[in-house]
Ligand binder design. Structure first.
Ligand SMILES: [Zn+2]
Ligand SMILES: [Zn+2]
Ligand SMILES: [Zn+2]
Length: 346
């Protein structure tokens, strides 16, 4: 009888048990879609612009061109929008009331003020225009909105990190079903990203190369590769902790998304759409979360390499995972990659 495998993450000091013994096929996770309670009025839908706070940023269509603007402080709000960015009504981090320096954030080692920003990106006037089904030009606008928000927030003096993420499905924490992403700017670098940055700096010092460039080189030749084109690689990570987890990495080394060219934005949109569509087709539209990992600090410029991590929500973490930080994944990453390769369409 073969043993289960205990795999360690590429960078993190984190272990996962790949349950070879009771491994499951990706299609074993297919279950009927739960009935979604239709809310009477969706505040993010076209026509309901006045149900939200004024948009901080808008992409508007004017004479066939996309123009960047914002909602007026008072009066009629534009209806010809394509993407709206609004402040979160219940922010985890709030902007400072006046200019801040570090002493206003850090009260002591154990108590900081949660100063930052928390925004919602409404990805489309159409309720269901999620990335798996979005029109590519619309998805490109969403990615441009990620870049624009990142650009503006990352230079604020109180911001040390900008987290861009998406929750899809009630079980993955999306309380509203309208297609949307979120952006949270924080005064510290979140733990998992900090670990990755530290480990990648250590690797860089020892090997004089970026560990992610190294991972891309190795994984594109192996069984965990899902897809690749000139600009992006998609892979099922060696020590995935979620069934069907995948990462999208740019081939061009860059610590963050600021230097993406227009053609890279459209390549990224294509990759994101095709992989999320494949996930939807394999497991009947499962809930998922995704999040960008990137760096804004200059000391990570050469050693850190931005990527998007996608976590399908297919298993429940229980006592062992919660108490030990060791995970059990019942889908072998190589099997997950094979299933994606068979399903993905461009
Ligand atoms: Zn809606
Ligand atoms: Zn790199
Ligand atoms: Zn990462």
């Amino acid at each position: 009888m073969p043993y289960n495998e205990l795999r360690k993450d590429y960078l993190l000091d984190r272990w996962v048990i790949i349950a070879i013994e009771r491994s499951r096929r990706p299609t074993d996770f297919v279950k009927p879609k739960p009935e979604v309670a239709k809310t009477a009025t969706c505040p993010m839908c076209f026509g309901n612009e006045n149900m939200t706070p004024p948009a901080i940023m808008l992409y508007q269509k004017e004479n066939g061109e996309v123009k960047r603007s914002q909602d007026p402080v008072s009066g009629e709000r534009p209806k010809n929008w394509l993407v709206r960015v609004i402040p979160n009504l219940f922010p985890a981090f709030s902007p400072p009331k006046q200019l801040v320096d570090e002493t206003q954030i850090i009260q002591n080692e154990y108590l900081w003020s949660a100063i930052g920003q928390h925004e919602v990106i409404v990805e489309s006037p159409n309720h269901d225009e999620d990335p798996a089904d979005a029109e590519l030009p619309q998805l490109e606008l969403v990615i441009n909105a990620y870049i624009d928000r990142f650009k503006e927030l990352s230079v604020k003096p109180y911001v040390k990190y900008v987290s861009i993420f998406r929750n899809y499905g009630l079980e993955a924490g999306a309380s509203l079903s309208h297609a949307h992403s979120q952006v949270i700017a924080t005064p510290m670098v979140p733990t998992s990203v900090q670990y990755e940055q530290k480990a990648s700096r250590a690797f860089y010092v020892e090997h004089n190369k970026c560990i992610f460039c190294d991972i891309i080189e190795r994984e594109t030749k192996g069984p965990r590769l899902i897809s690749e084109d000139n600009d992006f690689v998609v892979l099922a990570p060696y020590a995935s902790i979620n069934p069907l987890e995948f990462w999208i990495l740019p081939k061009k080394h860059s610590p963050n998304i600021l230097n993406l060219t227009a053609s890279e934005v459209s390549a990224f949109a294509k990759t994101l759409k095709s992989t999320l569509k494949a996930l939807k087709d394999i497991v009947n539209d499962p809930p998922y979360n995704y999040g960008f990992h990137l760096a804004i600090n200059s000391e990570s410029k050469d050693s850190y390499h931005w990527h998007l991590e996608v976590y399908p929500k297919l298993s429940i973490w229980a006592g062992f995972e919660k108490s030990s930080g060791v995970y059990i994944n019942t889908v072998i990453p190589e099997t997950a990659a094979e299933s994606f390769r068979k399903t993905i369409k461009f």
